[in-house]
Write a protein that binds this ligand. Sequence first.
Ligand code: SF4
Length: 435
Amino acid sequence: MGSLKGRSPVPPLRSRSACFLRMSEGAKLDKRAERRRIVASENFNRRGFGETKEEVQGMMVEEFTSDMVKELKENNNVIERNNVVIKLAESYGFCWGVERAVAMAYEARSFYKDDKIHITNEIIHNPGVNGRLKDMGYNFVPVNGGVKDFSDVKEGDVVVLPAFGASLEEMQLLDSKGCRIVDTTCPWVSKVWNAVDTHRRKDMTSVIHGKWAHEESIATASMADTYIIIKDMEEAKYVTNYILNGGNKEEFMAKFKNACSSGFDPDRDLKKVGIANQTTMYKEETAAIAKLFERTMLKKFGPENVNVHFMALDTICDATQERQDAINDLIRDDSVDFYLIVGGWDSSNTGHLLEIVHMNGKVGYHIDMAHRIREDGSIEHRETDGTITVTKDFLPKGKVTVGVTSGASTPDRYLQESVERVLMLKALEKDGAIA
Ligand code: SF4
């Protein structure tokens, strides 16, 4: 990495604590205007660093690309080695938004070579990539009891916001501290924020299809005035039933105590709703939930008023959709003995790929790193409910066909390393090292 010391894309820093206070004081804040103010600030960079681009691209090719994946693509996504047929899904691995975020994080490190540099949590949900950034000197803002501790982040430090975005409160805090912010938020996530802002301006409650504890949903919710986060169709049915028939308000609030805006009142706040989503949820489920709310509002308020009471904008990310479609295609291949899905255990989009496999009654293992496939023939993997399990002798004897894919935050290199572990086990079986 060449020295870039002394160069800075921004003029000297200044503190903005007065701006942050505006929200803390409880006055109704125009959140869109506040976000725009921070983004327009001289300390805010969301375009990257042109001068370091080439150098970073070279590093990323070296660290993340895979010869095996290249060979697969040259052979209609099928190759055979050591009695193992490997079939790769049509769409897999790094999406555009993740690749961009990682490149910006590398560029920021290269540009601010001698400055203290932090990431508000993980740049993406992949342990290998995050580990690499730690090796480069990144400080990951610690989380204590579910709350991020920014005490070590000081004026003038560089802070990188992850691909799935940061909450408005975090942006305000960093702005008020006079940090230099490098924003890698994926434009698809910003698109959802714009949808939520449209709801806000129309006095609608944002119904966010997502997981309330997920960083992306937290960030999206922070852009809304009134919101409720629902994780699946079952919760959607509960809420729509309440809209149509009323119900036990205490029970409702207990059920969504972590998943709605402060002061939320289901009797008052579910009359006008707009649908938004965490970009990595099932596109089909988001669409079905939107339809359910639309039907509910039609029934409750009549077709002539539905546009006042319901809104759904298309905010489903293409990359997520393509990976889900591709595994849906691959599971129709009856020659596949099991599916290997590679991606961070915290990665929501990777978890959904396993769910698709299981929903179709097929065998699948979700691993985050190659070493989960062990020399003794077992595999340590994540189940769809989040538990981590070890399955012994997971590899069928004799010739085997493996369907492989990876989540949107997984470099091809990690997919290759995982497949190589399967090949290694087959080789050991042949040699009689595994009974
Ligand atoms: S999965 Fe979609 S929303 Fe998420 S980073 Fe990739 S392109 Fe962006």
